[in-house]
Design a protein around this ligand. Sequence first.
Ligand code: DGY
Length: 332
Amino acid sequence: MSRPARIVVSRPLPPDVLARLGEHGSVEVLDVGDDERPTALRRRLAEAEALVCCVTERVDERLLEAAPALRVVANVAVGYDNIDVEAARRRGVTVTNTPDVLSETTAEFALALILATLRRVCEADRFVRSGRWQEWDPQLLVGHDLGGATVGIVGLGRIGGCLARRLRHGFGCRILYWGRRRCDWAERELDARRAEREELLSESRVVSLHLPLDDETRHWIGERELAAMRPDAVLINTARGGVVDEEALVQALRSERIWGAGLDVFANEPTVHDGLLEHPRVVLAPHIGSASERTRRRMAELAADNVIAVLTGQVPPTPVAGRQGDDRCASV
Ligand code: DGY
């Protein structure tokens, strides 16, 4: 009789999701500290058929080489820049992700960062806690309105689309978007207008990034792009840190070429550039865009569905190969 499939899970998932996986193989949850993680993962994958992992795990050629029995890598994330999809494909390993289930939650978090940055919510919180609040003052912590503002959405895919709807219907914003493809639904329903990069940057009070990270999008926002932005603009990033040249962003903030930033993702997580940590009008979050209870559960369930499908010879619900960007108008 063949042994049960081995399923390695890189971070704890809800117990009932682990139990469901357990009906299809023996499940091993990696329970080591961050320093030991890459070595432990490599060792545990030696005989594993399935890996459920997160953005923190680098699934590269070397790791795949150490996992000859692997059939599926199920990323508990929509972005999969942590996985060498091409190397996996060459080895016949299916890669899956968790699109759609997190779009609204992540869009809501982008909206939270937009409002927190424009209205200086974190500065206000620090101000009150530090005991510096003496009296009401008409000049105190004056920010900017979102209502009616022009918002530039870079990558009008699933998440960007959810954000655009909220901005248009909830705040009456004018929507500009940049994308590789035209997005008819958004032009029709939201009166959104496709713009060239320069135009979007120079007209938008808020620029929100929703691009997957790849060779073409790395440093999509650099010195030149920041120079093209309005001095009262804020940059919002809930996509991937590498889409922004952080050094250039710090310089732009210091020299007041832009007004502020709301960032959930960073180039070298969990390390954050000192220049961002120090700047009062930068709102920082530890990569929690999709972190609501309901959504994190759905992500785990979808990852498990993907693993079970592959192990039982079915087509997984959300494989990534050949699918990146083919939703309504692309991107994340
Ligand atoms: C994603 O889904 O890509 C997030 O960044 C991780 O939750």
